[in-house]
Design a protein around this ligand. Structure first.
Ligand code: FES
Ligand SMILES: [Fe+2]
Length: 333
C-alpha cells in the first residue's frame, strides 16, 4: 500500500476540484476517495470494508460517505455510522480506512498511510496574502521519479526549453561553457542555484521532499513583483504521474491577460513531458560511480551501469540517494 510514498505527505488535487460529490483518485497505486464531511475534507481508502467495491461510486449523505452497494455509511475517521437492515451490527468493527488529510494553500494534502506523522510542508507562497494562486493538473505516462528529476535538472533548459525559458541560456552558451551549481540542504529538501560561466542564474529552485519543486522567479522584495511556480509529481497508477502545478503571483491581478502566465507554464510543462515520457520506468536504485566530478552526491547516489552521470547531475543524484534510502526502508519495513 502506497509503497512509493509510504508515510509521507503529498498534495493530491486542488481544493476547487473537490465539491459535493465523492472525488476518486489513485495515489501511489492505491485508490483513494475524498469527500467533504461536516468538518472538512475527508480521505478514505476507496474500498468498502464490506465487499470491497469503490466507495467513490456512492454519495455523500449528511456529511458521511454512503457505499453504493448496501448503503453502509462512513464518517470522517472512517467509522461506520450506519448499516441498513442490521440494527444489531457491531459497527465499531466495520470501519473503512481513513487517511490523514488537510486542506491548505488551495490544495488537498493526504498522508500516505494511517501511521504518517507530522504535518505537510505547505509553501508559504500558497497562503500569501494578496497573491493569486492558479492550479493546473495533467497526467504524464512516466514514473514519478523521472518527472521529479526533470524538475530538479537545470542543464536541460537550453535544449528542451530552447524556445521558452531556456532561450537566453541557449544564446549565452559556448562550446566550452561551464555550469556550477550550489546545492544547500534544507529541512525539507534542498535549495539550488547555478552560475553559467560565472554569471549567476536569475532564479532559485527548491526541492520539497519528497515530490515537490518550487521555483523562485520574482522574489517579491519590497516594491518588487512576486512570482513562484510549484510542481508536485504525484505518483498515481503504475508508471503514471499526476503533475500538479501551482503558480503564485501578486501582480497584474486585474489584467485580462493574467491567464497568459498559466498558458506559458503549461507550454513549458508540455516541452518537458515530450522528453520525459520516453524514459524507462523509475530511476535506478543501484549506485554507480560518476564521471566528471559529480562529487560526494554522485558517489553516493549515481544511477546504474547504463546511466552515466556528470557534475551537473549532482541535484538529481542527491534525489536518487534519498529515494534509494526511502525505498530501502519501505522494503525493510
Ligand atoms: S459493499 Fe459497501 S456496503 Fe456492501
Ligand atoms: Fe523543464
Amino acid at each position: 500500500m502506497f509503497e512509493e510514498l509510504m508515510g509521507l505527505w503529498t498534495p493530491v488535487v486542488a481544493s476547487e476540484h473537490v465539491r459535493d460529490e465523492p472525488h476518486a483518485l489513485v495515489v501511489a497505486g492505491e485508490r483513494v476517495v475524498l469527500f467533504r464531511g461536516r468538518a472538512g475534507v475527508v480521505a478514505l481508502v476507496d474500498r468498502c470494508p464490506h465487499r470491497s467495491v469503490q466507495l467513490s461510486l456512492g454519495k455523500v449523505v449528511d456529511g458521511c460517505l454512503q457505499c453504493p452497494f448496501h448503503g453502509w455509511r462512513f464518517g470522517a475517521a472512517g467509522e461506520c455510522v450506519h448499516v441498513p437492515l442490521n440494527p444489531d451490527a457491531r459497527r465499531e468493527l466495520l470501519s473503512a480506512r481513513a487517511l490523514p488529510c488537510r486542506e491548505r494553500g488551495g490544495l488537498i494534502w493526504i498522508a500516505c498511510g494511517e501511521a504518517a506523522t507530522g504535518e505537510p510542508h505547505v509553501p508559504e507562497a500558497l497562503e500569501r496574502a494578496g497573491a493569486r494562486v492558479s492550479f493546473f493538473v495533467e497526467e504524464w505516462r512516466c514514473h514519478w521519479t523521472r518527472a521529479m528529476e526533470n524538475m530538479l535538472d537545470s542543464p536541460h533548459l537550453p535544449y528542451v526549453h530552447r524556445a521558452t525559458i531556456g532561450r537566453a541560456m541557449a544564446r549565452r552558451m559556448k562550446p566550452d561553457s561551464r555550469m556550477e551549481q550550489t546545492l544547500t540542504e534544507t529541512d525539507v529538501g534542498f535549495e539550488l542555484s547555478f552560475r553559467l560561466d560565472g554569471a549567476p542564474s536569475a532564479s532559485k529552485l527548491l526541492w520539497l521532499r519528497p515530490n515537490g519543486m518550487q521555483l523562485h522567479i520574482l522574489d517579491g522584495a519590497p516594491g518588487a513583483r512576486f512570482l513562484r511556480i510549484h510542481v508536485w509529481c504525484v505518483p498515481s497508477r503504475q508508471d503514471h504521474t499526476r503533475m500538479l502545478l501551482a503558480t503564485t503571483q501578486d501582480f497584474g491581478l486585474l489584467n485580462p491577460l493574467l491567464g497568459a502566465t498559466d498558458f506559458y507554464n503549461r507550454k513549458i510543462l508540455r516541452e518537458d513531458r515530450a522528453v520525459v515520457e520516453s524514459s524507462p520506468s523509475r530511476v535506478p536504485l543501484s549506485a554507480s560511480p560518476s564521471a566528471g566530478g559529480a562529487g560526494g552526491a554522485g558517489g553516493a547516489g549515481g544511477g546504474d551501469p547504463t546511466e552515466k552521470s556528470v557534475a551537473t547531475d549532482a541535484p538529481t543524484l542527491f534525489f536518487r540517494k534519498w529515494y534509494r534510502e526511502a525505498m530501502g526502508s519501505v522494503t525493510r519495513g
